[in-house]
Ligand binder design. Structure first.
Ligand SMILES: NC(=O)c1ccc[n+]([C@@H]2O[C@H](COP(=O)([O-])OP(=O)(O)OC[C@H]3O[C@@H](n4cnc5c(N)ncnc54)[C@H](O)[C@@H]3O)[C@@H](O)[C@H]2O)c1
Length: 307
């Protein structure tokens, strides 16, 4: 029987399913113990992780039996995929399985920030009744700029068309852009210039690291709202907060951060009277999406070892 190692949380049904087909070692905190993991991995044919397990070269070096890595999520930046290709290890992300949850996060935070809800909430709960102090806006007719038009970017655009938003997008790797009738594909500079809301839906790579920085923020003409559900380091957090404080952008929602959990140095720069939403990397995790992601990866592992 093939052996599967699971180093982070997986739901009960999927675990049962895997146990029917494999010898399973499940320890949802194992990602925290790299030395132990390096010793253990030698005996396993499959590995299932989320985003916290560092599947680097030093781990893969000793993984002589490993043929399959299932990622309970989408981003592969915690996995050395080039080395996996060399070692003929199949890497399986759960692409699309948590997209609906991320889309709902993007839509709800866009609506909330465009209406300045975090500031109204803060003032009201402090007993200030700031009814006329701040201007609120409607989202209808605003322009949404998407950077990255893959499975999530595409779904965000479909949803947001129904809210009356004009959609522009930038994705240099998308082959056929003509299929998307209601979306205008533009250069990155136009995204910065025209958008009222900018939402990021691209992977973290050497090219995209620090994409949103002092320079790109200075090109944003409409004082947009910035939403990042992709990966923390795509946005330079210090530059973003400076831009907010200098009135270059009107709000931001961050679900992902350069350091997770966030450090005091960032936390100390945020206050309740800012039009911002910070969440602990949860935009893709709902009861429904977690079920879909886990079932998908469990079934992919079973299918892989059958064939
Ligand atoms: N916060 C969460 O809980 C959560 C959940 C799911 C996904 N994510 C993250 O969201 C991001 C997008 O996920 P997805 O499922 O849509 O991925 P995807 O692979 O389907 O799409 C990514 C798109 O980005 C494009 N892209 C790559 N480099 C680019 C660049 N330099 N400029 C513009 N576009 C570029 C690609 O061509 C592709 O179309 C990933 O970073 C993923 O890790 C986060």
């Amino acid at each position: 029987m093939n052996k599967i190692l699971i180093t982070e949380f997986i739901n009960e049904n999927s675990l049962k399913n895997l146990k029917k087909n494999f010898e399973v070692h499940y320890d949802e905190k194992l990602y925290n113990h790299n030395e132990k993991l390096i010793k253990l991995i030698k005996n396993f044919d499959g590995l299932i992780v989320r985003n916290k397990t560092n599947v680097a070269r030093n781990l893969l070096n000793g993984a002589d039996n490993l043929k399959f890595i299932g990622r309970l999520g989408v981003g592969l930046d915690n996995i050395d995929t080039d080395y996996c290709t060399n070692k003929k290890i199949h890497v399986q992300p759960a692409t699309g399985m948590n997209a609906d949850s991320v889309v709902e996060y993007v839509v709800s935070s866009s609506l909330s920030l465009i209406k300045n809800i975090p500031i109204f909430n803060n003032g009201t709960t402090k007993g200030e009744w700031p009814r006329t102090k701040i201007k609120s806006e409607e989202i209808n007719g605003k322009t949404l700029g998407l950077i990255g038009y893959g499975s999530i970017g595409k779904k965000v655009s479909k949803y947001c068309l129904n809210l009356g938003l004009d959609i522009i997008a930038h994705d240099p790797y998308l082959k056929d852009q003509t299929n998307e009738k209601n979306v205008k594909f533009v250069e990155l500079s136009q995204i910065y210039e025209i958008s009222d809301i900018i939402s990021l839906h691209l992977p973290l790579t050497d090219q995209t690291k620090n994409l949103i920085n002092k320079v790109s923020l200075s090109k944003m003409k409409q004082k947009p709202i910035i939403i990042n559900t992709s990966r923390g380091s795509i946005v330079n957090e210090n530059d973003l907060i400076d831009a907010y404080k200098n009135n270059l952008i009107s709000g931001f929602a961050l679900d992902v951060f350069e350091n997770e959990p966030i450090k005091d140095s960032l936390y100390n720069k945020i206050s309740g009277d800012m039009n911002c939403i910070l969440t602990p990397h949860i935009s893709g995790i709902t009861t429904q999406s977690n079920e879909r992601v886990c079932n998908f990866i469990a079934n992919k592992a079973i299918e892989f070892f059958k064939t």
